[in-house]
Design a protein around this ligand. Structure first.
Ligand code: SF4
Length: 416
């Protein structure tokens, strides 16, 4: 019987045949942490450890509350800088480089067949370029730092086939939300989600990152797109370093689902759960106070282009604030070169530094009681972006931009 991608990665790393459901101890190729490195490093004395086993496999990115919002975060950042210096961690990215999941892909830590673990749920994003990438807890991360290994259960696989082509007004975010609205926020619990699209109409790396990022919101262990020529082109020279790893044609999937992309319309996850998904046109007219474009889900150049297509020559409604957070410095620079910074600025947007921004409700645009925000992020549970009595709507960059112009929830359909 053939093997799934997950079974192949696990077998490869274990040095023996591994099937879905088996628990094995594996050494990840890469271990990611962000600002929570400060909390994780405090666990080392608790477990009687002082040194990391593989500092060369450790990646640390400061992105969550950057620049430091207060003296507590400043102290944490200071402790992290000292820690990476003491441990000899070369793969350290200080404030301003970008959101960790974007950095992992841009800096080519992620590539096909790699086993990547990270102390953040959206580590799954790296599956866009064919890695097996999963989020783990802080204590587990401390354990991997010290021992270099972790036990993992090889997940069974949910295969999601994406047929046909998207309409111009719909985006990968609409696809992800449509899937989540259909299967629920726990629809892929501890499963690997393998996405498959028509070879003639392949998804871009950016689109794949959206879907693999949102796999975490389906409850998945990881999300994965089989690597193809688009991934090889993206990785360029470093493509030579990897062996393409694909599920076998006769692999055993736990479940297979199909979605017709032509049927996907602009949708929104309404407060307060990611699977509370409705067509954008049905929520049109709902009040918003803030609109946010960015985060590890939708802060890439393609997202900024999509927002700019709606905002060019228009203005953000008077009583609405539009915040823009490029996912990385590289994205920011490209937006500058393409004139997108000017376009969005002219429309009334506020450009912010690369990073997570208010996605986690800590700084740079948290919501007051009774306020509502439409955001390109991935989570909308109560209190996520600030006050527990605030509301978050999740949508694509085009829908967020259309809503910012309208001053209320709006569908982007009329702009395409
Ligand atoms: Fe987490 Fe939001 Fe940062 Fe993504 S952008 S890593 S979801 S806080």
């Amino acid at each position: 019987m053939g093997k799934t991608f997950s079974e192949k990665v696990f077998s490869n790393k274990a040095g023996r045949e591994v099937s879905a459901g088996e628990i094995v101890t594996l050494e990840p190729d890469c271990i990611l942490s962000h600002d929570n490195t400060a909390a994780i490093l405090k666990k080392l004395p608790e477990i009687g450890a002082t040194k990391l086993k593989y500092p060369e496999r450790t990646v640390v990115v400061l992105d969550h509350v950057t620049p430091a919002a207060d003296s507590t975060h400043a102290a944490n950042h200071k402790a992290i800088r000292q820690f990476v210096a003491d441990q000899g961690i070369k793969s350290f990215y200080d404030i301003g480089r970008g959101v960790c999941h974007q950095v992992m892909v841009e800096e080519h830590y992620a590539y096909p067949g790699r086993l990547i673990l990270g102390s953040d749920s959206h580590t799954t994003t790296a599956g866009a370029v064919g890695a097996f990438a999963a989020g783990i807890g802080r204590t587990e991360t401390a354990g991997v730092w010290v021992t270099g290994e972790l036990w993992l259960k090889c997940p069974e696989t949910l295969r999601i086939k994406l047929n046909g082509s998207l309409r111009d007004c719909a985006a990968a975010k609409d696809v992800a939300l449509t899937i989540i609205g259909s299967i629920g926020a726990d629809g892929a619990l501890y499963r690997a989600v393998e996405f498959a699209c028509d070879a003639e109409k392949p998804f871009s790396i950016a689109d794949r990152m959206v879907l693999c990022n949102m796999a975490a919101e389906m409850g998945a262990k990881n999300g994965y797109f089989p690597p193809d020529g688009i991934v090889a082109d993206y990785l360029g020279e470093s493509a030579a370093r990897f062996a393409h790893m694909h599920s076998d044609a006769d692999a055993q999937y736990a479940e297979e689902l199909s979605f017709n992309l032509a049927d996907v319309e602009p949708v929104i996850a309404a407060p307060h759960t990611v699977d509370n998904v409705h067509p954008a046109r049905e929520l049109a007219g709902n009040r918003i106070d803030q609109a946010l474009i960015g985060t590890c889900t939708n802060g890439r150049i393609e997202d900024l282009r999509s927002a700019a297509a709606v905002l060019a020559g228009r203005s953000v409604a008077e009583r609405v604030r539009l915040l823009v957070f490029p996912a990385s410095a590289k994205v920011y620079r490209q937006a500058l070169e393409e004139g997108l910074v000017r376009t969005l600025l002219d429309a009334g947007a506020v450009w912010m530094n690369p990073g997570c921004g208010p996605c986690l409700g800590a700084h740079e645009g948290v919501l007051a009681q009774g306020e509502a925000c439409i955001s390109t992020a991935n989570r909308n549970f109560r209190g996520r972006m600030g006050h527990p009595d605030s509301e978050i709507y999740l949508a694509s960059p085009a829908t967020v931009a259309a809503s910012a112009v309208a001053g209320e929830i709006a569908s982007p359909e009329e702009y395409f």
